[in-house]
Design a protein around this ligand. Structure first.
Ligand SMILES: Cc1ncc(COP(=O)(O)O)c(C=O)c1O
Length: 415
């Protein structure tokens, strides 16, 4: 007799057809761990007793009650990111997954700020983060100072007694400016406030900000972590006490990560180091090949010795057997005005004109007309962005095809 054939014992009883349909028997949970991650595609979990339910919901006992509160697939994903971000730290870290990068960012801000709080952030901060600070939190009495660059002295000068946190981005969008994390962390430590780092452009494979003194690290998992442009999510890792506040705010606000998305994003983690190494190596090859192109005014990429924070990036960024990784976002500035940047995008065959970044496909966006469209030329200049700049997210295609594609589009630019 097979030990593993599902067999329904002879059954009798009064249960009707619909009750039997709803309460169909299930095998006991397997004793072994599955190799792949199970997707707990359920909104609710069952308890043996009413007291067990009360204890889990009251956070007095471990367990799961409702997937807006916690879900095992989402937790597995968050822990996977923590294992990359925090390995080697001498303190434990908390981790939480979110429905998007913006759900993560807005929840952090709402968890750590109150009416009257003040936030310091870079002038070139991601537009969504800027939007939450200016369009949402300002209405509730939270103010923000946006400082030029990632300079620790400028941040120190912007601090006020009511400053609740300093926000920065490891690699800025689209300038690729690299944040001086150790000095920013020192400024925050002196002031007794958290340093929150958006590590989306780097991923934990390029930089691990907790090791440089950050209190919390968030990322849009929609980008490199997911890696295939097919799932949306966010994740935050860091100081356990702060993370308990972030979790409480997440539960109240409802920006939890759905189990199916958690499955996809967790699957992305399995290949993140391999993909990231390839993304970075290709980006370096492309930057080097195009640096002397006659139609290029400048290329911003931290690996180039001409990049203002090349040395800092060399200190902060991780390496592997293939060498140091400098990320895979290039800012290409062709000679000319806005039209030159748009024509460069339109001239590509392999690279696609699309939003987002960090996936297998190389995608480009003309910065002044898309991600930074709210800024006029003067504001763009203040943020260090030329009217013609194009952000290139280097994908996983063959490097020589990308060099050929970008070169021919540059060759065809007028003038
Ligand atoms: C640097 C950065 N942070 C946060 C986000 C927000 O992430 P999401 O789109 O997953 O909400 C983005 C999205 O482009 C981003 O580029």
């Amino acid at each position: 007799m097979s030990k593993n054939l599902p067999v329904l014992p002879p059954s009798s009883g009064d249960d009707g057809e619909s009750t039997r349909a709803v309460h169909a028997p299930r095998p006991a949970p397997p004793a072994q761990q599955p190799l792949g991650l199970p997707t707990y595609r359920t909104s609710a979990f069952v308890f043996d007793t009413a007291q067990d339910y009360a204890d889990v919901l009251g956070d007095r006992a471990p367990g799961y009650s409702y997937s807006r509160v916690d879900n095992p697939t989402a937790d597995a994903f968050a822990l996977g990111v923590a294992a990359l971000e925090a390995h080697g730290l001498d303190q434990p870290v908390g981790a939480q997954a979110f429905a998007s990068g913006m759900a993560a960012s807005s929840t952090i801000l709402l968890a750590l700020c109150s009416s009257g709080s003040h936030v310091v952030a870079p002038a070139a901060v991601y537009g969504g983060t800027y939007g939450v600070l200016r369009h949402v939190l300002e209405r509730f009495g939270v103010t923000a100072t946006f400082v030029e660059g990632n300079d620790a002295d400028a941040v120190r000068a912007a601090l006020r007694p009511e400053t609740a946190l300093v926000w920065t981005e490891t690699i800025a969008n689209p300038t690729t400016a690299v944040a001086d994390l150790p000095n920013l962390a020192a400024v925050c430590r002196e002031a007794g406030i958290p340093l929150v780092v958006d590590n989306t452009f780097a991923s934990p494979v390029v930089c691990r900000p907790l090791h440089w003194g950050a209190s919390l690290v968030m990322q849009s998992a929609t980008k490199y972590i997911g890696g295939h442009s097919d799932a949306t999510g966010g994740v935050v890792v860091g100081d356990v006490e702060l993370m308990a506040r972030v979790r409480a705010a997440r539960i109240d606000l409802g920006g939890n990560l759905a189990p199916d998305e958690a499955f996809l994003l967790h699957r992305g983690l399995l290949t993140l180091p391999v993909r990231m190494a390839r993304h970075c190596a290709t980006a370096a090859a492309v930057a080097e090949a195009l640096a002397d192109h006659p139609r290029i005014e400048r290329i911003d990429y931290p690996q180039l010795s001409t990049h203002p924070q090349h040395a800092l990036a060399g200190k902060l960024f991780e390496g592997g057997s293939e060498g140091k990784r400098y990320g895979a976002i290039l800012s290409l500035t062709p000679r000319g005005e806005r039209a030159a940047g748009m024509a460069l995008c339109d001239g590509l065959r392999v690279g696609k004109v699309a939003t987002s970044l960090g996936g297998a496909h190389t995608v480009v966006s003309h910065v002044a007309s898309t991600t930074h469209r709210q800024m006029d030329d003067a504001a763009l200049a203040a943020a260090g962005i030329a009217p013609s700049s194009v952000r290139v997210s280097i994908g996983l295609e063959d490097p020589e095809d990308l060099v050929r594609d970008l070169s021919q589009a540059l060759d065809r630019l007028p003038g």
